[in-house]
Design a protein around this ligand. Structure first.
Ligand code: GDP
Length: 331
């Protein structure tokens, strides 16, 4: 069934008109391409199944559709494509006239919803780096209103659309992707609870659980996320990966140089410490704390060890629903 397949392997589809930025997003988020290099990407003219499950904790595919899919084309098997879809990201170029894009969004959502009402519909209002703050707010309001009006006109008022302002030139695209991926993780609330327990027992201010390859955070504690902290943690991952690639022994960048021994500490000049600990081959925990809290590093490391075991339990339990829930003790 669709719910089973999306639970085993949550699948994200990336759709939108030609030149809206789909390939660029996939390359920047999952293949570490720098935003400027995307200027030379060839436009997509086929469905690209980009399976990144080997290197990433999050197992999903990017289906990069060519713009303006003709749903009545026999070659487009909507049934099988949308059945296995967990989230559908529709990319709209905010620097262009988006009337056609809104029509295409509507057709796509209407079609997909009828086949699989469980799909999460996510609208990326993209390339907002060219817009002023006022224009961003106005564009988001306008897209939101027109997209929802179209759905209501069609009797589809139950369909929920989520909207994000994104650009590949800053961290907004990673932030948006994080939110999309989190909705597809059944264990999210367990992870958040574990993070809450871990930080409150360790004197830590904020902690993010990262998918290292993509810099998507798959969970964080329940205190509010501030973009600056998130960017700091992303930058730290880049630094650690770069150092691992330069000095690590193995050749396989994604898998081996970042291993079970990896940890890293950065002290900033405002009495703040960034502390990175690897959780498993794909996941890392990045914490932000005051320098004086770090004096108790032994306690933090001990609590981290317990946290790490609990994480393994949470994901192992997945296929054994009869087991009791994980218990943790922290001192
Ligand atoms: P696709 O046909 O939807 O796959 O679109 P592409 O990924 O080929 O992107 C089309 C153009 O948009 C490229 O020249 C990209 O450099 C540019 N682009 C993509 N994302 C952004 C963005 O966030 N901001 C800006 N300013 N340009 C972008």
């Amino acid at each position: 069934t669709s719910s089973q397949s999306s639970e085993n392997k949550p699948c994200i589809h990336l759709m939108g008109l030609r030149r809206s930025g789909k390939s660029s997003i996939a390359k920047v988020v999952f293949h570490k391409m720098s935003p400027n290099e995307t200027l030379f990407l060839e436009s997509t003219n086929k469905i690209v199944k980009d399976d990144i499950s080997n290197s990433s904790f999050v197992r999903f595919q990017i289906w990069d559709f060519p713009g303006q899919v003709n749903f009545f084309d026999a070659a487009f098997d909507a049934e099988s494509i949308f059945k296995g879809c967990g989230a559908l990201i529709f990319v709209i170029d905010a620097q262009d006239d988006y009337t056609t894009a809104l029509e295409c969004l509507h057709d796509t959502v209407a079609r997909a919803y009828k086949i699989n009402p469980g799909i999460k519909f996510e609208v990326f209002i993209h390339k907002v780096d060219g817009l002023s703050d006022d224009q961003k707010i106005e564009t988001q309001r306008d897209v939101h209103q027109r997209a929802n009006d179209n759905l209501i006109d069609d009797g589809l008022e139950n369909v929920q659309l989520s909207f994000y302002l994104t650009s590949i030139y800053d961290h907004s695209i990673f932030e948006a992707f994080s939110k999309v991926v989190q909705k597809l993780i059944p264990q999210l609330s367990a992870l958040e609870n574990l993070l809450n327990i871990f930080i409150s027992n360790s004197g830590i201010e904020k902690a993010f659980l990262f998918d290292v390859v993509s810099k998507i955070y798959i969970a964080t504690d329940s205190s509010p996320v501030d973009m600056l902290s998130y960017e700091l943690c992303c930058d730290m991952i880049d630094v650690v990966i770069d150092i691992s690639c330069i000095y690590g022994a193995e050749e396989d960048i994604d898998a081996s140089t970042f291993d079970s021994q990896s940890s890293s500490l950065i002290k900033l000049n405002n009495a703040t410490v960034l502390y990175l600990k690897e959780v498993n081959r794909c996941l890392a925990l990045v914490c932000i704390l005051r320098e004086n809290s770090f004096e108790r590093q032994g306690l933090i490391d001990y609590n981290f060890h317990i946290f790490q075991q609990a994480i393994h339990q949470v994901f192992d339990l997945r296929n054994k629903p009869t087991n009791p829930g994980p218990t943790t003790t922290t001192s």
